[in-house]
Design a protein around this ligand. Structure first.
Ligand code: GLN
Length: 484
């Protein structure tokens, strides 16, 4: 049962081979057994999950099921879910019970999907290894001494360990794609504005985007059908006609033009990762694709530009955590200013504080032009590189991450090394483009390697087609970690 695709699960439920209550219980039992060590979930709520499953069974009995009805998912703990503790991986929100549903959660609920629990993540989605979470590190199911990637590390580990059928993530600079790569699963960051950010706790609002994480491109397409769509509660949500993201899955790849950015295959790329990616490209050639070399000359500036812009936005977004409205408040203080200071000093972890300080600095009078404004200009140049590249190709491919999963603790005291984990993913966020990662083999220490597929604006259906055709020809996405 735990190896079935969403489509197969749906037909099992429709054929009454299993009930949603039984399926939900099966996952809850697995979670109880494996989660104490893997730590993929921060919060579980059996009563809420089983109540949803019961309602789903009723819906199935009434022949009112939609494709995700009765299937157990997990939700990244960045999404507010009514009645659920929603922590964003922070002590600041340790006891925060969300009073309303995020757009994404509401959509899953409407579809009759089950929420098994809230998955672990880097604090306020700041990190690449899930080690900044207040709720502890997450183990990579492929090797428990290694990181699952971040910030959607709990989601990636839960999907890889078969602790849910599929789950959600968010991606500000790579947080869907990088953990998907490190845990050997598939993940898609949609075009900015395709999935509403309403009720998704903000990190860097102009970059944040929610997306699906699962075992196959076909599963992601079904989830996109539920998650995407206009929402007037998010001012950056795009008003577009609804799409069926499964519509192109079966299309052959004959004539597909793949752009390979020369900057993605140079210094810094692990040889093992480079080899697996190269073999994947060869597989695409066999499927009828052609390859062109392209250049993204400004992509080397993406990490420095991002680490000005993202902290700037974060410093503003996180100012709401002041101990007054909700969340943590210091127990003892002398006056209002002291309460703010102590609350924020005690409530935020080191990485979050580092970002708030950088962000405040680059936005301050006298430095704004030199840092913030400059980074905005670089952002435009980076986006322009992609516009140029897409004159010569349909999709861009390369590695998702320069290396496979590193050891827990290995990069903990070197933030710059950690920031470089996202060297191939960040430009996509700065440009607002869609990007995905799919498993394409194994590298050093038998750890999974991810192939990144970058599309043009709103080309998600095409990218899912490109990924699906590869997954029909290979079985990397079906491999499971041992002992799981
Ligand atoms: N690793 C990057 C950061 O720390 C990206 C995180 C993300 O995409 N949420 O900011």
């Amino acid at each position: 049962m735990i190896e079935l695709s969403l489509k197969q699960l749906s037909s099992q439920l429709a054929g009454r081979k299993i009930s949603s209550v039984e399926l939900t219980q099966l996952y809850l039992d697995r979670i109880q057994q494996l989660n104490p060590e893997i730590n993929a979930y921060i919060t579980l709520n059996h009563a809420l999950a089983l109540a949803q499953a019961k309602a789903a069974d009723q819906r199935i009995a009434n022949n009112e099921a939609s494709p995700l009805t009765g299937i157990p998912f997990a939700q990244k703990d960045i999404f507010c879910a009514k009645g659920w503790r929603t922590t964003c991986g922070s002590k600041m929100l340790e006891n925060f019970i969300a009073p309303y549903d995020a757009h994404v959660i509401g959509k899953f609920n409407q579809a009759g999907a089950i929420n098994l629990g809230k998955t672990n993540m880097d604090e306020f989605a700041m990190g690449s290894s899930n080690e900044t979470s207040y709720f502890g590190k997450v183990q990579n199911p492929w090797d428990r001494t290694r990181v699952p990637g971040g910030s959607s590390g709990g989601t990636a580990a839960a999907v890889a360990a078969r602790l849910c059928a599929a789950a959600t993530g968010t991606d500000t600079g790579g947080s869907i794609r990088q953990p998907a790569a490190l845990c050997g699963i598939s993940g898609l960051k949609p075009t900015y504005g395709v999935v509403s950010r309403y009720g998704m706790i903000a990190f860097a609002s102009s970059l944040d985007q929610a997306g699906p994480m699962g075992r196959s491109a076909e599963d992601l397409a079904l989830m996109m059908n539920v998650m995407a769509g206009f929402d007037e509660r998010d001012s950056t949500s795009l008003q577009r006609e609804a799409e069926d993201y499964t519509r192109s899955l079966a299309q052959p790849l004959q004539g597909l033009r793949i752009g390979l950015p020369k900057e993605f295959f140079g210094e810094g790329l692990g040889a093992d990762v480079g080899k697996a990616v190269e073999e994947a490209i060869n597989q695409y050639k066999k499927l009828g694709a052609t390859v062109v070399e392209i250049s993204l000359p400004n992509s080397k500036l993406s990490v420095p530009a991002y680490y000005v812009l993202a902290p700037a936005e974060a410093s503003s977004n996180l100012s709401r955590f002041d101990g007054v409205r909700y969340g943590y408040r210091a127990a003892e203080y002398s006056d209002l200013a002291d309460m703010y200071e102590k609350t924020r000093a005690q409530g935020f972890g080191a990485e979050v504080k580092r970002r708030i300080m950088i962000g405040t600095y680059v936005l301050s009078h006298g430095y704004y032009d030199a840092y913030y404004l400059k980074a905005q200009k670089i952002r435009r140049l980076i986006a322009q590189d992609f516009v140029e590249a897409y004159k010569h190709c349909d999709v861009i491919m390369g590695p998702t991450s320069p290396s496979t999963a590193f050891k827990l603790g290995e990069k903990g005291d070197d933030p710059v090394q950690m920031y470089l984990s996202d060297i191939y993913t960040i430009a996509v966020n700065l440009a607002g483009l869609p990007g995905m990662s799919i498993p394409c083999g194994f590298g050093a220490n038998n750890m999974p390697v991810g192939l990144q597929i970058i599309g043009n604006y709103f080309d998600e259906a095409r990218m899912l087609n490109v990924a699906h055709q590869y997954q029909l020809a290979t079985d990397w996405h079906q491999r499971a970690p041992q002992g799981i």
